[in-house]
Design a protein around this ligand. Structure first.
Ligand SMILES: Nc1ncnc2c1ncn2[C@@H]1O[C@H](COP(=O)(O)OP(=O)(O)O)[C@@H](O)[C@H]1O
Ligand SMILES: [Mg+2]
Length: 298
C-alpha cells in the first residue's frame, strides 16, 4: 500500500501541514507515500504527477486529502493510473459514498428519512421546496446539500423547527444557498430531525454536539472508530462494533467512513457516509493505529 498526500501550496514538494501528523504516522510505519498538488489537480494541470517516482508495477494507493468533486476524483484516478498508482476506490465508488442520494437506498432503514431536490444551473422556484418538504408536515427537519451541511450555522442555515413554516423554510434555504455559494453540491437534502443524545455544545459555534462517532471500514470490516467531536463529554459508552456491519458490506466502496449517533431512545442511526480517503480524522484520532489498521489490510 502506498499513500498519496496533497502538497503544501507554498512548498509543493512537502505535504500540506494539515496532514503533518498523518505523514508522521506514515513515516513511523515505513509506509511509502507521494506528494501531489491539489492546486494543480483542480486547475487541470498535471505537472505534479510528472515528477512522481517511477514504479515498476501497479500499486494500490490511498489518498489522504481534501474532499474532491466526483469529476476531480475521476481525473485524479486517471492521472495516477498512468503512473502505476491505482487508487483504492474507483470513481464510481467515490461518488457512491460522497453523495447521499447515491447511497441512501442502502442506508435508508438506518438513517433519517430524506427527500432530495436536485439544483441544476437554472435553479429552482421556492414553491418546489415547499412541495418537497410537505411530506414532513410540521415536524422538524435538517438541511444539507448532497455532501455538506452548514452545521455551525445551526439555527440560520441547517435546522428548521417546523417544516410547514414556509417563511422559516425559505429563510434557512436561502441562507444555506448563500453560504454554500458556488460550492453547492448538486442539490438539497431535507432530512427528518432525529432526537439524538447530546454530549455538549460546541465551544465556538454553540451548535449542539450529538453523541456521534466516526467509523472507518475497509473491505466491509470496521477498522477504526473515533468520537466525532473533540469536545463534549462522551463518557465510556461506545457503539457495539457489530452494529451496521451488514449495511457496511453492501456499501459499494472498499474504503469509506460512516458517521453514527445515538438517539435518546438508545438506538443508533447512520448520519452520513464519506469516501475514506477524504474523510478527516478528528484530533483525538490515534494516527498510528489508523494507518497500522490500513497497512494490515492492504
Ligand atoms: N437527521 C438529523 N437529525 C438531527 N441532527 C442531525 C441530523 N443530521 C445531521 N444532524 C446533525 O448535524 C450535523 C451535520 O450533519 P451532517 O449530515 O453530518 O453534515 P456535514 O457533512 O456537514 O457534517 C451532524 O453532525 C449532526 O450533529
Ligand atoms: Mg458530518
Amino acid at each position: 500500500m502506498r499513500l498519496i498526500f496533497f502538497s503544501d501550496p507554498v512548498h509543493p514538494h512537502l505535504p500540506d501541514t494539515a496532514f503533518q501528523t498523518e505523514v508522521a504516522a506514515a513515516k513511523a510505519l515505513d509506509l511509502a507515500f507521494d506528494v501531489i498538488s491539489y492546486e494543480s489537480l483542480i486547475a487541470h494541470k498535471n505537472d505534479s504527477f510528472e515528477t512522481l517516482p517511477v514504479l515498476r508495477k501497479n500499486e494500490i494507493c490511498i489518498l489522504r486529502g481534501w474532499m474532491l468533486t466526483p469529476a476531480q476524483y475521476s481525473s485524479l484516478f486517471t492521472a495516477l493510473e498512468r503512473h502505476q498508482r491505482i487508487l483504492v476506490n474507483t470513481p464510481d465508488a467515490y461518488r457512491h459514498c460522497h453523495y447521499l442520494p447515491e447511497n441512501y437506498d442502502i442506508i435508508q432503514n438506518h438513517t433519517a428519512f430524506t427527500v432530495f431536490l436536485p439544483v441544476d444551473s437554472v435553479g429552482f422556484h421556492i414553491d418546489q421546496v415547499f412541495d418537497t418538504v410537505r411530506t414532513f408536515g410540521s415536524a422538524p427537519i435538517v438541511l444539507k446539500d448532497y455532501v455538506k451541511s452548514q452545521k455551525h450555522e445551526w439555527l440560520t442555515a441547517c435546522f428548521i423547527p417546523n417544516a410547514s413554516d414556509n417563511t422559516n423554510v425559505q429563510q434557512v434555504v436561502n441562507r444555506f444557498l448563500e453560504l454554500q455559494g458556488s460550492d453547492l453540491n448538486e442539490g438539497l437534502c431535507f432530512r427528518a430531525f432525529l432526537d439524538f443524545e447530546q454530549v455538549g455544545h460546541h465551544a465556538q459555534s454553540g451548535v449542539p454536539l450529538m453523541r456521534e462517532f466516526r467509523q472507518f471500514y475497509f473491505d466491509g470490516q470496521l477498522i477504526a472508530r473515533f468520537p466525532y467531536w473533540d469536545q463534549g463529554s462522551y463518557g465510556s459508552d461506545v457503539p457495539d462494533p457489530s452494529l451496521f456491519l451488514s449495511v457496511a458490506t453492501r456499501i459499494k466502496s472498499r474504503f469509506f467512513s460512516m458517521d453514527i449517533a445515538r438517539l435518546k431512545s438508545g438506538h443508533w442511526k447512520i448520519i452520513e457516509l464519506g469516501d475514506g480517503q477524504v474523510t478527516g480524522l478528528p484530533e483525538n484520532a490515534h494516527r498510528l493505529d489508523f494507518f497500522k489498521a490500513l497497512k494490515d489490510r492492504t
